[in-house]
Design a protein around this ligand. Structure first.
Ligand SMILES: Nc1ncnc2c1ncn2[C@@H]1O[C@H](COP(=O)(O)OP(=O)(O)O[C@H]2O[C@H](CO)[C@@H](O)[C@H](O)[C@H]2O)[C@@H](O)[C@H]1O
Length: 482
């Protein structure tokens, strides 16, 4: 039997992406199709999304969706069906998906994403004519109210099963209790087994409480979030529902991330002709005004935040350069970190190059031209940049946490001798351990056969969606047969 799934998310590549959520949501429809699962994606009608579905007829009207009118449009994304919540009062704004051009969160995010959750629940409960779904799959806090509406106030007759996926538990969508009255949920929903969270309203919490199943994006992270150090206040709830929690590691979309067919690379290559990467390395050096050379070139493609361990990296750059390394860094985030990296670049001209901003094409060139990618995250639910690194022969140097622990095989002597090492892992996210990991990378790089064996082992690893797609499909089937 074909299962129909409504995937509900605030980002979907290539229409809207601020991070890994967009990549995964964009890849899910193709990942699930071989398993007889038909995924329709619902996204908010940000200006770029509306432009992409221009001329589409409205399929449904909500005269008052949590306080403003909205309509439903349809289009396609990557050849798959897309639904768009067109609500100009909420989404027709300059700026990012969550904040104004200066990066400040919109004051009415609670209302914007309540409306989004309400619309998703209407679609999944049969309240919108012409639509039926077996499963509502909500991603992150922006979609967290959808399972709660489905449970406490389904508008249609039928009730789809629901899955809540945690991509980043650090963002929880916490709002003041005073908003509850505007959510049009019954009073009983403001309870510890409902949407109430530490005296306020918690959107991610609401989704985790109401969903029939909870997933996160790697097995190690699924175990980590049972503990206070990683659960960020939600560990009690997750422990209480642990029977329903599973970790399904992300895959990568081969249509977007494949060094043999990547239009963003000056030179395409595969594991059989790694020497061709040098052409990309030269282009990368040029893009970052680095001294050209065959010595080791590290890269970073990241949000510049505490989660990603970027403060520790900033402290380790002098050691990286002293050891003979160079660094190309692309990212944006906390102003003080942006400043720290720019200062490091000024201190080490030609050795450290920094680009503050977001640049999809450049991120491909970095994976295709740098020798190694540094990912010193304090927590990492899955991580995608190490997977891209593996696929591109850009050796990942990662903290041993979450999905990074699950996807990289550390280059200890045994793994090196067996030819299975795919990268370097280190334990505590401290200056010392990161410096040691970088030193190990520099030593391994100095023996070209060792280095290329690590590159090839990574490129041979399978991080396609085949296995993970099946696991989501199995989960949906399990829910429907329960
Ligand atoms: N400045 C820049 N320019 C261009 N591209 C940039 C960029 N900065 C980041 N990116 C891109 O954004 C994505 C980041 O994905 P990650 O999985 O590494 O982290 P993120 O924390 O966003 O995702 C969360 O969700 C994902 C998906 O589940 C989890 O893998 C992860 O652990 C979790 O924190 C990658 O595609 C990366 O290339």
């Amino acid at each position: 039997m074909t299962i129909s799934v409504l995937s509900v998310a605030s980002e979907a590549y290539p229409l809207v992406k601020t991070g890994g959520l967009g990549d995964v949501v964009g890849a899910l429809p193709a990942a699930l199709m071989p398993h007889d699962v038909n995924v329709v994606t619902l996204v908010p009608g940000y200006p770029r999304v509306i432009a992409a579905v221009q001329g589409a007829a409205a399929l449904h009207d909500w005269p008052d969706l949590v306080g403003a009118p909205a309509r439903l449009l349809s289009g396609t994304i990557g050849g798959h069906k897309l639904l768009v919540l067109d609500a100009p009062g909420y989404f027709a704004r300059e700026g990012g998906p969550y904040g104004d051009p200066s990066g400040r969160d919109w004051d009415d995010n609670w209302r914007r994403f309540a409306a989004f959750g309400r619309a998703a629940a209407d679609l999944a409960s049969g309240a919108v004519k012409g639509f039926r779904f077996d499963v509502l799959h909500a991603h992150d806090w922006q979609s967290g109210l959808a399972p709660a509406y489905l449970r406490f106030a389904p508008a249609g007759g039928r009730c789809a099963r629901s899955v809540m996926t945690i991509h980043n538990i650090a963002f929880q969508g916490r709002f003041d209790a005073s908003i509850f009255g505007s959510l049009a949920l019954p009073d009983r929903a403001f309870a510890v087994d409902g949407v109430e969270y530490y005296g306020g309203v918690g959107y991610l919490k609401a989704g985790l409480e109401a969903a029939d199943a909870i997933t996160t994006v790697s097995p190690t992270y699924a175990a980590e979030i049972l503990r206070p150090e990683f659960g960020m206040g939600l560990e009690g709830l997750i422990r209480a529902r642990r029977e329903r929690v599973s970790g399904i590691v992300n895959g990568i979309d081969p249509a977007v991330w494949n060094p043999a067919a990547d239009a963003a690379l000056p030179e395409r290559y595969d594991a059989g002709d790694l020497a061709l990467r040098t052409i990309n390395k030269r282009a990368l050096e040029k893009a970052f005004a680095l001294e050209p050379g065959d010595g080791p070139l590290f890269c970073v493609v990241s949000r510049l935040t505490w989660q990603k361990g970027m403060d520790v990296l900033a402290d380790t750059l002098d050691a990286l350069v002293a050891g003979g390394g160079r660094l190309a860094l692309l990212g944006s985030g906390d102003a003080w970190l942006e400043h720290a990296f720019q200062e490091a670049a000024a201190r080490h001209p030609g050795r450290i190059g920094v680009r503050i901003g977001y640049d999809e094409a450049l991120s491909h060139l970095m994976q295709g031209g740098a020798d190694a990618i540094l990912i010193p995250s304090r927590f990492e639910p899955c991580g995608l940049t190490q997977l891209y690194g593996l696929a591109y022969g850009c050796v990942p140097v990662v903290a041993r946490t979450g999905g990074l622990a699950d996807t990289v095989i550390h280059a200890n002597d045994a793994a090196l001798d067996a030819g299975v090492a795919t990268g370097i892992q280190f334990d505590a996210v401290t200056h010392e351990s990161l410096a040691q990991a970088i030193a190990l990378a520099l030593r391994l790089f100095a023996t070209p056969e060792r280095w290329s064996s690590i590159q090839r082992a990574g490129m041979a690893a399978d991080f396609s969606w085949a296995t993970s797609g099946r696991r989501y499909a199995d989960l949906y089937r399990e829910l429907l047969s329960a």
